[in-house]
Every structure is written in structure tokens, then in C-alpha cells.
Design a protein around this ligand. Structure first.
Ligand code: NCD
Length: 361
């Protein structure tokens, strides 16, 4: 393990400068326009996809992206059919696969797990979703959709609605849009499903305007973008808790009447019941296009990383604290005991480098 991996990993988009994201968006635009020019760009390269958690779009758009670049793919989408079922730890599985592949894409249900893999991987690692924590390539998809459809990433008022507590795509997109001028956020959720404190603290510290409200009806008329999310059933402690929240927000034709003509509706998908099917034919419904944009931006990402364009971000920003443990029970350090306990910060607050949880000491 070294502090500075030589690889251009994508664990958290904010590890990279905004100029790098903008270059990806430009390359994505060109690839979308002239895909045939990139049909052999990654010939001879192999991508490993390790999906420990169900996925349709993210997995298939990554795989299609690599195939459309002329590369090939290996991997699993069901850990039960790999040695994971025999009890193999993340470190061993990912070390082996990263020795076979040129680039590795990983999704895992536990927060900070992809960072844990990157500590010992032998190729660049891309986070395709780590528990309720982050999902940076969905964010690239969202940024790309916004740029292509709204023409700019500046001065946008974005409403996020649904499970803001567990929705990793929400956390990643708020962090990313906070880096663009004039962003304003309207956070629409029940009190049980509000955004995590670390996101609220980040917004407050950066002076970014945001409000937390409970009514979608009241909020919808002032939005440039409405980002709907499903209630994340699999991240609830019990079925009862989930049942108390399910169906709490449903976007339908009636509510769309109140929205501006140029507002767009995004959703990372899959949808459950939070957008009525009748909304699909509204020209402002952009979620199916969004899924397709995801393939082009992932092509741009794979190509950029394999070409080595950009700086390798620091893998470890703070230091190991052997006698201190992350207070987030969902953090990977509680499952994989061999992991070094890495924390940033000093003074009263320590920030876990795997899951971003803040602990007061
Ligand atoms: C999202 C995810 O996996 O976090 N889906 C996706 O990547 N397209 C959203 C979700 O599962 O609700």
C-alpha cells in the first residue's frame, strides 16, 4: 500500500479537479457524435467488472462502453458464483482480478469498500457504487445529461426528491454540483430520509444556498431540474421502517402541470413507483436518455483512464490511527478487519477515509 497510487482511480469525483470532469464531458460529447472514431481505441485492453450488488444500467453500460471501444471484459455479477461465496475477502479477490485486467470496475453494498480495494489493486479502480456512500459514474452521467440538455452546469436550481439519506447518487451529485457557480439545491424528503449530516455540513461550510422541505407540490414550480429517486428498500433496518416511507413521493401528470416548461426530470433508475408511467411521454422526462448518456460518458472515462490522462489522486490523505475506529456501523472497516484505520483531519473531528463519516473525539 502506498500513499500515492500511480493509478488514476475514480473513487470519489471530488478527488479530481473540475477541469478533469469538464474534459471528460467534452470527450463524451465528441464520442457521442462520432462513436465510429473510437471503435478501436481500447483494442487489446481488458476490463474487470466486479458487481457484488445487483445492477442493470451501471454494469451493462460499463460493459457496452468497453466493447464499443474495442476492448474485452471479464468479471462477475453474482458473487455467489465466485470465490466470494467461499469467504474470500475483498483484498484477495480484487488483488487477483486487478492482476488480470487493465482496469477494474467495482460495485459493493458496503460503504468504503471500493476504496479498500484500491489500496492493494494493481490497476486503476472505478467505484460503481459503494453502499449508500457514493456513485461517481452515475454523477458523471448526470452531469453529462445536464450539460447536453440544459447547455450549462451553472446557475441551476436542482430539486432532489425521495430517499436523500440512502441515495448515493444524490450524495455524489450534490458534492459535484457544489463545484459549479450558482448551484442551488431544494432537498425534498420526509424527516426520516433527510441528507446525511456530512453533506449538510459541506453545503453550509461552502455557503451554497439550499433548503430542506417536505412538499414536492410546493417545491416543483421553481426548479430547473427535478432529480427523483426511489426509496432504497435494501438499506432499511427493517421492513416496517421501509413500509412507513414507501410511496411517500409520486411524480404524476398533475404535479408536472405546475413545473416550468423547461424543467427536466432526471432519475438514476430503477424506478419503483415514484414516477407515474404517464410522465414518461412528457418531453421533460429525460431519464431514459440519461441512461444512454451514461454509456457515452463511461466510454470517455475508460479511455481517459487507460490513456493515463490526468493526475493520479492521493490514495491516503490522512494517516493510520490504530486505536481509533470509525463510528459508522455501515463502514467497510467493521467487516474487513485487516484494513488500516485511515482518518483525515485533526482536532475534534476525524473523517474516515473510506466512508467520509465524521466522528467527534
Ligand atoms: C442507482 C444506484 O445503484 O445507486 N442506480 C444506478 O446506478 N443507475 C440508484 C438506485 O439504485 O436507486
Amino acid at each position: 500500500m502506498s500513499e500515492n497510487s500511480q493509478f488514476i482511480n475514480l473513487l470519489d469525483l471530488n478527488d479530481h479537479p473540475v477541469s478533469w470532469w469538464n474534459k471528460l464531458l467534452e470527450l463524451g460529447h465528441i464520442i457521442k457524435k462520432y462513436p465510429q472514431n473510437y471503435a478501436k481505441a481500447c483494442e487489446g485492453k481488458i476490463m474487470g467488472t466486479l458487481f457484488y450488488e445487483p445492477s442493470t444500467r451501471t454494469q451493462m453500460s460499463f460493459q457496452t462502453a468497453m466493447l464499443r471501444l474495442g476492448g474485452t471484459i471479464i468479471g462477475f455479477d453474482n458473487p455467489a458464483t465466485s470465490s466470494v461465496a467461499k469467504g474470500e475477502n475483498i483484498k484477495d479477490t480484487t488483488k487477483i482480478v486487478s492482476g488480470y485486467a487493465d482496469i477494474m470496475v467495482m460495485r459493493h453494498p458496503v460503504e468504503g469498500s471500493v476504496k479498500a480495494a484500491a489500496l492493494t489493486a494493481e490497476c486503476p479502480v472505478i467505484n460503481a457504487g459503494d453502499g449508500g456512500h457514493l456513485h461517481p459514474t452515475q454523477t458523471l452521467t448526470d452531469l453529462f445529461t445536464l450539460k447536453e440538455e440544459k447547455g450549462t452546469l451553472e446557475n441551476l436550481t436542482i430539486g432532489f426528491c425521495g430517499d436523500l439519506k440512502n441515495g448515493r447518487t444524490v450524495h455524489s451529485l450534490i458534492k459535484a454540483m457544489s463545484c459549479y457557480k450558482g448551484s442551488r439545491f431544494v432537498l425534498i424528503s420526509t424527516k426520516e430520509l433527510k441528507i446525511p449530516n456530512y453533506i449538510r455540513d459541506m453545503l453550509t461550510a461552502s455557503g451554497i444556498p439550499f433548503k430542506e422541505v417536505t412538499s414536492l407540490d410546493d417545491a416543483i414550480e421553481n426548479l430547473d431540474v427535478l432529480y427523483m429517486t426511489r426509496i432504497q428498500r435494501e438499506r432499511f433496518g427493517s421492513e416496517e421502517e421501509y413500509n412507513a416511507q414507501k410511496g411517500c413521493y409520486i411524480l404524476d401528470r398533475e404535479k408536472m402541470k405546475k413545473a416550468r416548461e423547461d424543467m427536466i426530470v432526471l432519475h438514476p433508475l430503477p424506478r419503483v413507483d415514484e414516477i407515474a408511467v404517464e410522465v414518461d411521454s412528457d418531453k421533460r422526462a429525460m431519464y431514459f436518455e440519461q441512461a444512454k448518456y451514461g454509456m457515452y460518458i463511461r466510454m470517455a472515462l475508460i479511455l481517459t483512464i487507460l490513456r493515463g490522462d490526468g493526475e493520479a489522486p492521493r490514495l491516503i490523505k490522512g494517516r493510520e490511527r490504530r486505536h481509533f475506529t470509525c463510528s459508522n456501523p455501515a463502514c467497510i472497516t467493521h467487516r474487513e478487519k485487516y484494513l488500516p484505520h485511515l482518518f483525515e483531519g485533526s482536532g475534534d473531528i476525524l473523517i474516515c477515509e473510506y466512508c467520509d463519516n465524521r466522528t467527534l473525539i
